[in-house]
Design a binder for this molecule. Structure first.
Ligand SMILES: NC(=O)c1ccc[n+]([C@@H]2O[C@H](COP(=O)([O-])OP(=O)(O)OC[C@H]3O[C@@H](n4cnc5c(N)ncnc54)[C@H](OP(=O)(O)O)[C@@H]3O)[C@@H](O)[C@H]2O)c1
Length: 225
C-alpha cells in the first residue's frame, strides 16, 4: 500500500462498468493503493460477485453496487463502460453524479478487418459528450491509453506508462493526476482541456495496431517533463 496523497484522503472511487477488464483493472490498482473502491454494474449481483473476487485477492476495501448505487457512493466516479452504452448510462445518473469528479476513460472506436479506428463523435469526444450530459459534474478524461491486461495482472508490479489527464478544472485534473500516480509505474500528466480529448481517445486505435504488430500491451510516455 502506498501513502495516499492528501487530496485522496477519505475519498471513495466508484467504477461504473467495473465488471469489465478496464474497470476491474483500475479498481484493483486503486484498492491495492488503499483507496476504497465501489464496483458498479447494471446488475448489483454481478457487481457484488466482482467485488468479492477482487477483495479475495488483495487487502483493500472493495464493495459492489448497481451503477446508481456506485455513482452515489463515489466521490470520484470512473466511467468504464463501452462507448455504445456511454451516453444512456450517464444520462440516467445525472443526479447521482452531480457535484462529483467524473473520470471518463471511454474510447469511441470501431473495428473492422483493418483493425481499430476512431469513430466520429458529435460532441467531439466521449469526454465532451459526458460533460454535455452532466453539466453539474466535473468531467476529466484519463486512463484511455493504459492496458487493462497490465492493470489486471497481479504479476505486473509496475505499469510502465504515462496517463494523460484532460479537463477544464485545474483542481479536478490535479486530483485525477494524483489518482493515476497511486498506480506503481504510472505518472499522471496534464494533457490539456477537454476539447483535446478526442485525439487521446483516438490514439488507442494506434496503440491497438502497435499491440497487434508486437504482441504487446503498449502504453505511452511523454518525454522532457
Ligand atoms: N480494455 C482496455 O484495455 C481499455 C483500455 C483503456 C480504455 N478502455 C475503455 O474502457 C471502457 C471499458 O472497457 P472494457 O474493455 O472493460 O469494456 P467491456 O468489458 O466491454 O465493458 C465493461 C462493462 O460495461 C458494462 N456494459 C456493457 N454494455 C453496457 C451498456 N450498453 N451500458 C452500460 N454498461 C454496459 C458491462 O458490465 P455489466 O454488464 O456488469 O453492467 C461490462 O462488464 C471502454 O469504453 C474502453 O474504450 C478499455
Amino acid at each position: 500500500m502506498t501513502n495516499l496523497p492528501e487530496s485522496l484522503a477519505g475519498k471513495t472511487v466508484a467504477v461504473l462498468g467495473g465488471t469489465g477488464p478496464q474497470g476491474r483493472g483500475l479498481a484493483r490498482r486503486f484498492a491495492v493503493a488503499g483507496v476504497p473502491v465501489v464496483i458498479g454494474s447494471r446488475s448489483a449481483e454481478r457487481a457484488a460477485e466482482a467485488a468479492t473476487r477482487l477483495a479475495a485477492d488483495l487487502s483493500g476495501e472493495v464493495s459492489g453496487a448497481d451503477n446508481a448505487g456506485a455513482a452515489a457512493a463515489g466521490d470520484i466516479v470512473v466511467v468504464a463502460v463501452p462507448w455504445d452504452g456511454h451516453g444512456e448510462l450517464l444520462a440516467s445518473l445525472r443526479s447521482e453524479l452531480a457535484g462529483k469528479v467524473v473520470v471518463d476513460c471511454v474510447n469511441p472506436l470501431g473495428f473492422d478487418k483493418q483493425g481499430a479506428y476512431a469513430l466520429a463523435v458529435e460532441e467531439g469526444s466521449a469526454a465532451q459528450q459526458a460533460q454535455s450530459i452532466l453539466p453539474d459534474s466535473t468531467v476529466v478524461g484519463a486512463f484511455h491509453n493504459v492496458s487493462a491486461v497490465k492493470l489486471e495482472d497481479p504479476e505486473v508490479e509496475t505499469v510502465d506508462t504515462d496517463v494523460l489527464v484532460l479537463g477544464d478544472v485545474r483542481e479536478a485534473t490535479d486530483l485525477v493526476q494524483d489518482l493515476a500516480d497511486v498506480i506503481p509505474g504510472v505518472r499522471g500528466v496534464y494533457g490539456g482541456r477537454l476539447r483535446n480529448a478526442h485525439q487521446v481517445e483516438a490514439l488507442t486505435a494506434n496503440l491497438i495496431s502497435v499491440n497487434r504488430r508486437h504482441k504487446a500491451h503498449a502504453g505511452i510516455r511523454i518525454t522532457d517533463i
